[in-house]
Design a protein around this ligand. Structure first.
Ligand code: PLP
Length: 450
């Protein structure tokens, strides 16, 4: 074996993975069952979704699979979060606690509902909010908590449930990244007063496009959800529409074609979850020998579904003291080898320009990203593996695990060179770009006024 085989691609060596053969699989995995279901829905020629048996079927099957009494189908996960809040009577000016590391929809849905997102810091190892971080943010105006089971891994839900009971807060689970995951044997999505799922095409449970499901514990909330879904009207099966609006609502109706494919994917979810977990746990085992890598892991009682495979990087065993430069050097070196690694969220949500506007002046201190040291630490020192187009199934692509392990071995073998490269990096924190541009962008793009 020639030594040039070990030269890093970042410094002119041969990449481990050729650009044209990057490790990707199309997602979601589509079978004949899905195609037949979609064609069946198409041939019925009921495209509106109101009163569709595919939509009713999906609602019932989701509720039963995730052990909640009532399901309402919507046209996105964001809509499901929005309607979750409305269905529980959360309204104008109410504060809702959300994680500062999640997808923007979790906080934006709160704003769409006229409520105020209040951010809680995450745990730096699990990436989830905790009862302790939530408790620090509870005020007299707090009405609800949205707990996100990040990247498919259960949050420590029992103390959060207890806190919500104690302080009379509604608990909403954001299960967008975690359908199929369990805690103490019970499915995520069954622990709150409501739970919101996204079935858009990059999720573990995915359809051909956009789709959301809301699960509710009470019939009253389910009835409200149905009204909010369609302009505040009351629609009854086999009864002509009356066009009377009793409350504020939107048009969040799901298309039957997307419902049909969601149903066949739901049937295969347990089997697919087993495959993703098995492969991801094998990756975890392989990474054990790299002291500088921390693979994702469950809390005791958790059975996560590895929606994203986020690794923590720690340079202390090499006596290197700058985690951000180290992460950036590893990112550059792996990408040069043809191995996809990237950031998922490069700022705490409270630092997003949309929240750094004058409408939130009363929350200026709260939204200061420096108040969220764990979120900053995670963004600075972690990376997500896999090509975006293959999430979350990247780990199922043949040869993927071996390729990443070889990549990490190659980097470890060249660590002195990587550290030298890291030391010279002109480093800016991932969130600094957005913070720098936000002022000028605000003036140009923010059309909200207080
Ligand atoms: C945690 C989380 N919440 C909510 C959403 C929103 O779902 P959708 O894209 O279906 O609106 C997503 C999707 O990316 C998500 O990851």
């Amino acid at each position: 074996m020639s030594m040039s085989k070990y030269r890093l691609a970042l410094f002119g060596g041969v990449p481990l993975v050729r650009v044209h053969a990057r490790l990707r699989i199309p997602w979601p995995i589509v079978t004949r069952q899905d195609r037949n279901a979609v064609m069946r829905a198409f041939d019925v020629q009921d495209f509106s979704g109101r009163g569709s048996s595919e939509v009713y079927g999906l609602e019932a099957e989701m509720a039963s699979s995730f052990e909640m009494p009532h399901g309402t189908a919507l046209n996105s996960g964001t809509a499901a979060l929005h309607v979750a809040l409305a269905s529980l009577g959360i309204g104008q000016g109410d504060e809702v606690i959300v994680p500062n590391l999640t997808f923007i929809a979790t906080a934006m849905a709160v704003v769409h509902n006229g409520s105020i997102p209040v951010f809680a810091d995450i745990d730096p190892i699990t990436y989830n909010i905790t009862a302790d971080s939530i408790r620090k943010k509870v005020s007299k105006k707090t009405k609800a908590v949205i707990v996100v089971h990040m990247h498919g891994f259960p949050a420590d839900i029992h103390p959060i449930q207890e806190l919500c009971r104690e302080r009379n807060l509604m608990l909403i689970e954001d299960v967008a990244q975690s359908p199929g995951a369990r805690f103490n044997g019970k499915p995520l999505g069954s622990f709150g007063d409501a739970s919101a799922f996204s079935l858009m095409s990059q999720k573990n449970l995915a359809t051909c496009g956009e789709c959301g499901i809301l699960l509710n514990k009470t019939l009253a909330a389910k009835n409200r959800a149905e009204m909010v879904r369609i302009y505040g009207e009351i629609l009854r099966a086999n009864t002509p529409r009356k066009y009377n609006s009793y409350t504020l609502g939107w048009n969040y109706t799901l298309n039957p074609i997307q419902a049909a494919m969601a149903r066949t994917q739901l049937r295969r979810l347990p089997q697919l979850t087993r495959r993703i977990r098995q492969a991801s746990l094998r990756m975890n085992c392989e990474l054990q020998s790299f002291k500088w890598i921390r693979p994702p892991n469950d809390i005791p009682g958790g059975e996560g579904v590895f929606h994203f495979y986020r690794i923590g990087l720690d340079p202390t065993s090499f006596d290197f003291s700058h985690p951000g430069k180290f992460r950036k050097a590893i990112q550059d070196a792996l990408n040069a080898e043809g191995l996809n690694v990237r950031h998922y969220q490069n700022t705490p949500l409270s630092g997003q320009p949309v929240f750094q506007t004058e409408i939130y002046n009363d929350f200026k201190k709260q939204f200061d990203i420096q108040r969220y040291p764990n979120t900053l630490r995670v963004i600075r020192s972690t990376l997500v593996l896999g090509a975006v187009s293959s999430w979350p199934g990247y780990v199922l692509c043949p040869g993927t695990i071996e390729a990443y392990v070889k990549g990490f071995e190659k980097l470890e073998r060249n660590m002195p060179q990587i550290l030298e490269y890291a030391a010279k990096i002109k480093y800016t924190e991932p969130w600094e770009d957005i913070a720098k541009t936000s002022d000028s962008f605000k003036a140009k793009y923010s059309f909200w006024k207080k």
